[in-house]
Design a protein around this ligand. Sequence first.
Ligand SMILES: Nc1ncnc2c1ncn2[C@@H]1O[C@H](COP(=O)(O)OP(=O)(O)O)[C@@H](O)[C@H]1O
Ligand SMILES: [Mg+2]
Length: 323
Amino acid sequence: MSGARNPADYGRVAVLLGGRSAERAVSLNSGAMVLEALQAAGVAAQAVDTAHDDAFGLLAGGGFARAFIALHGRGGEDGVIQGLLESIGLPYTGSGVLGSALAMDKLRSKQVWHAAGIPTPAWAMLRSAQDVATLRDSLHYPLIVKPSHEGSSIGISKVDSAAQLLPAWQAAAAFDSSVIAEQWISGAEYTTGVLDDMPLPLIRLETPHAFYDYAAKYQSDTTRYLIPCGLEEVREQEMQALALQAFRALGAYGWGRVDFMLDEEGRPWFIELNTVPGLTDHSLVPMAARASGIEFGALVLHILDSSFGRDRRMATEVQHAKA
Ligand SMILES: Nc1ncnc2c1ncn2[C@@H]1O[C@H](COP(=O)(O)OP(=O)(O)O)[C@@H](O)[C@H]1O
Ligand SMILES: [Mg+2]
């Protein structure tokens, strides 16, 4: 648990931020907040922007004891940097290679959830303009069309009729060769932060926009965050348990955020898992942590603790393999 360690026990920490993904700007914000909080706690933390040419040499150079990953999107949240850190033997926060890669891929997340009995909206793959032409009259509208590998609602649009499908596919395909058309869920949106492999209180998101788009996430002051979320306690606990199952099904580890919706009949539908969700002071995991008495500075130390947990987990796996 946090608080049990001295700042010096963490050694020198590289806070990985920025990077080259479409979410670079958000990551710079998250990383700056993390860096400030770690330094305020007395931890020897230094920012490393992975978009800079010398970043990987710096990490491999041996001066760091662990890495705090504050990168969002491709290259940082998708297993790529996790693999590099494994290879150079530098412990890091959060999910490993597999969990990160699976969670970044919305199509494969849905396939695993579907197989594991975790409800996720029906979907179709749109690999080409030809797929759009073939499928457009047989799909059930409304739909939501999204690139498989982006975040921050980039390239996403709601599609109310067959006529809107091609422009929506084009908008998503600009970011990704893999595009999914998912059944639109009418209802309420919730998110479950996970910390120390345990669910935090749910947050209900409300926006006057058609969905929680980029503006609703980062620019608008009309988005409402309800915590407590308004569900009955027992229902909230059920949803937290299901969200934790969804987290584990994708092999995620330590901390993250699972997003789901409840339709008008109250049925849950899992949308996505973020393995490195936002860490600014108005982000969702910090909000949920605060509601359970964990302030931002403590939250960041809890997350940093997951870099020790990884060593323990790897040791357990080795023991299992020997048994
Ligand atoms: N099946 C769906 N039905 C209704 N709204 C959805 C659905 N999937 C996503 N959304 C809305 O779009 C937003 C962004 O979608 P999401 O899959 O989480 O992508 P991103 O990785 O960009 O956050 C969600 O927060 C939600 O508001
Ligand atoms: Mg999302």
